[in-house]
Structure formats: C-alpha cells, structure tokens
Design a protein around this ligand. Structure first.
Ligand code: SF4
Length: 446
C-alpha cells in the first residue's frame, strides 16, 4: 500500500530541521522497511510545497494519509484534513507528532480517523496501516485515539521500541530542499557544514515544567541501540550526500557514561568522517569525558542553563550555577568544543535583570547563549482555536501560553537579538554597569 506522509505547508516561527529528519525520516523508514509499505513524504516546511501540492496529493490519495503535526502547522493540518475529506473521501487519515499530542482535544473535532498520542509513534502507525491495507474499519490501536461511528476511543498503552528505531530515510526526505533552507543558527568562526540529524534518544527521566519532551516522547529516556549500524549509516550519508556533521537529537547524551564511551569508540569521526553535536546536562560533563568526546569528533555541546539568579545560583534546582558554568566553558574551550547554553526568557517572575545576568554569565564563560521564549506547553491542551497555537513557539511572544512579567517586546528582542537587548538593560533594572563583562567574550578554539 502507498502511504503518503504529509507535513502540511506552513511558514515556520521556529524552524528546527532536526525534527524533520527524526519525526518524518525515521517514521517513513519504519513504515517502508519494517512494515513493508511504499512511502511518499511531502514536507511542507519547504517553500516549494504549496497548497497546490496538497490538493494534488489529495486528488490522488488512496488508502492511508499520515499527517505529521508540528506546533507550526496545526491550523494547516486541520485545513488539510478538510481537503482530504472533500477530495478523497475514502482515504483514511492518521495524525501524529507533537502538535497532534498537544492539540488532541481540538483534533477530535476534525474528520481524522486516528490521533497517535504516545511514543513510539511507529508501531501505532504500522498497526493503522495494517488495518487500512486489510480494508478493515478503524479499530483501537495502542497509544492512539480512534474514531469509530463519530466516537473517539483510546487504545491500550502504546508500544515502545526501546531504542530500536530506524535511521532517517534520506532517499524519502527532501534533503536537497532542506539544504537550501537558512540554518536555524550559525556561530562565529564555523565553517559551513552540511548537517543531518538522527534520533539518539527519546524521552526524558526529568520533568521540567517548561519542556514538552517528557510528555510528548515519554517519561523515560531510551537510547538508540545498534551503534555500528549508525556508524555505517553516517559513512554512507557522507559518501552519498556529502554530510559532514550530524546533530544527535536527544535530551541527555551523557546520561550513561558507558554509552558515551561506546558511542565514541564506535561512531566517532575516525570511523564515519562525520563530526557530531549533542545536548546534555552539565552534571555529567567533566574534562576527561569532554576530552574523549572531542577526540571522537564532538564539536558542540548544548546544555540547559535556563535562568541564573543575580547571586549566581540557578533558578531551577539541579541546573548549572554561574561558578560551574565558568568551569564548563573553560573545559569546552580547552577541547575546542563550542558550548551552547539554552536560556529561557519570559519565565514567571523572571526580571530583566535576571535575564541579563544569565546572558552575561554565559557570555563570560565563553559560551554562546541560545535564548528561547518560555512557553507553558501544558496550557496548549486548553486552546480553543488552532490559530491560537501560533503564539506558542520559541521565537515570538508568549501570550497567552506564558505567564511571565517581561513585556512581549522584551521577550521577543532578547530571543531574536540578545546582544542588542542586553544594551537596553542598565542600572534602572538593577543591573550595575560593572556587572557587564569588561573583557571581550572568550571564544572556544574553533
Ligand atoms: S529540559 Fe531537558 S532535562 Fe528537562 S525535561 Fe526537557 S529534556 Fe528533560
């Protein structure tokens, strides 16, 4: 059976291509390589994918259309469901993705047949595809809401693949189009890279109030198995597509030290020709481990700093404080690893001074801040209109999904142009002029 996986066209407020490699590419590979279906991917994140493209797909659709729902395209997904129902009434429609999870209440008002809620999404979608291929009426599926005779029913608990996921199917993804999109970030001194992403873990054992990962991806972090397969995949991706770097999508790369040792030995640049980047917690990082990672081709580590109080403590227990951050910056610089620090802007009660302290401290540590807007994703479930979801993203403004005291302008400027925003913060905000770093920011050796 031919399965169309469609991510409805939208103009992104926050473009993160990692999501597209992982959420589209790994799911497409599973449906093709494990479930045995023909698969076609249409990714509306590309500007050349228009509503004309969607109409064309809808006119030819048969069997099953799977709609990938992000937080950018929920309104457009609802529109796509309507087009499919009008143009291809016999086609079954399944929804999955973080948008489907958060907006399940609203999507139950649409004419979709299934809403996949729980990770891993692949077994649920494969089960749905099996039902459609067999010509059966929609029936309950683990981890999924199913609509039968106008009533939505939740199936039993979802099935976990526990680290045994496919790698992104590069031949099914529009990778040439991805390469034309502006990079979501660039850093001084970096050579241009051709980067892909693979999922290295799913879920998280922590539960930070500002983060959707444990809800969407599960309350336990599973790590990818089959590291030799991953190494072979990266070697092939370099040869076939010229990829020089890979982003390892996951919450805490260094959560298990043995896994890091194994990864460095089996997936390091000497074996693949591809450098790599990861996200993790500061707590597991130390000079020996960073040295091992750098030797294995790690060029960038990102950690969540979120928000530092004026006395140097972190607003959140367990997060890095100013002193440790300075050490971490020095360790990374010594190894030539770029340190990225996630900073949350617009948290409840967070002042301009607090945000400035955080940015100043990150900069003084020689790291690069990546400020993002605070969004209370759990409030999304109460959205009354798909159009409201536009306001819940990491780049624009937070209302009505944030509860911060910073103005919208402050929040948006700090996120878009943090250095420019810092210039607006001074003694009137409680930030003494001597709090600004006097020396030029240290940059890691690149
Ligand atoms: S912020 Fe990081 S540690 Fe916290 S829940 Fe999200 S992924 Fe896990």
């Amino acid at each position: 059976m031919l399965i169309r996986i469609v991510s409805a066209p939208c103009v992104s407020a926050y473009l993160n291509l990692d999501h597209h490699f992982v959420e589209l590419g790994e799911v497409a590979a599973h449906l093709r390589d494990r479930a045995g279906h023909e698969v076609r991917v249409v990714d509306g994140v590309l500007p050349e994918v228009t509503w004309d493209t969607v109409v064309e797909e809808a006119l030819h659709a048969t069997g099953l259309v799977v709609l990938h729902v992000t937080l950018d395209n929920t309104l457009e997904t609802a529109r796509t469901i309507r087009l499919l129902r009008q143009l291809s009434p016999g086609t079954r429609i399944a929804l999955y993705g973080r948008g489907a999870y958060h907006l399940r209440r609203l999507f139950q008002r649409t004419d979709a047949d299934w809403i996949v809620l729980e990770q891993d999404w692949e077994p649920a979608l494969a089960e749905i595809a099996a039902q459609v291929a067999a010509g059966a009426e929609p029936g309950p599926v683990p981890g999924t809401l199913t609509r039968t005779a106008g009533t939505w029913t939740r199936g039993p608990a979802g099935v976990r693949l526990a680290g045994d996921w496919e790698l992104p199917a590069l031949d099914l993804l529009p990778v040439a189009g991805y390469a034309r999109l502006p990079a979501d970030e660039s850093y001084p001194g970096r050579e241009p890279e051709r980067e892909l992403a693979v999922g290295l873990s799913r879920g998280c054992d922590s539960y930070c109030g500002y983060c959707p990962i444990p809800d969407v991806m599960g309350r336990h972090e599973y790590f990818r198995t089959g590291l030799d397969t991953l190494a072979g995949y990266l070697r092939a991706a370099r040869e076939s597509h010229g990829y020089t770097a890979v982003s390892l999508f996951g919450a805490n790369f260094t959560a298990h030290r043995d896994y890091v040792h194994d990864f460095c030995a089996r997936v390091g640049t000497p074996r693949t020709g591809v450098t790599w980047k990861c996200v993790t917690s500061h707590a597991e990082l130390d000079p020996p481990l960073l040295g091992e990672m750098a030797a294995a081709g790690c060029t960038r580590v990102a950690v969540g700093v979120e928000s530092l109080l004026p006395d140097g403590r972190n607003r959140f227990s367990g997060r890095v404080g100013a002193e440790r951050l300075a050490d971490l910056g020095a360790w990374c610089a010594a190894e030539g690893i770029l340190l990225i620090c996630f900073v949350m802007v617009g948290l409840p009660g967070q002042t301009r001074h607090e945000v400035a302290v955080t940015l100043d401290t990150v900069r003084a540590a020689g790291a690069v801040p990546r400020p993002m807007t605070y969004v209370d994703y759990r409030r999304l479930a109460a959205a009354e209109d798909f159009a409201d979801v536009f306001w819940a993203n990491r780049k624009t403004v937070s209302e009505p999904f944030g509860r911060g005291i910073l103005s919208m302008r402050d929040t948006a400027l700090a996120v878009h142009s943090w250095e420019r925003w810092l210039d607006t913060v001074g003694p009137a905000d409680g930030r003494p002029s001597d709090e600004r770093p006097s020396a030029a920011p240290r940059r890691p050796a690149l």
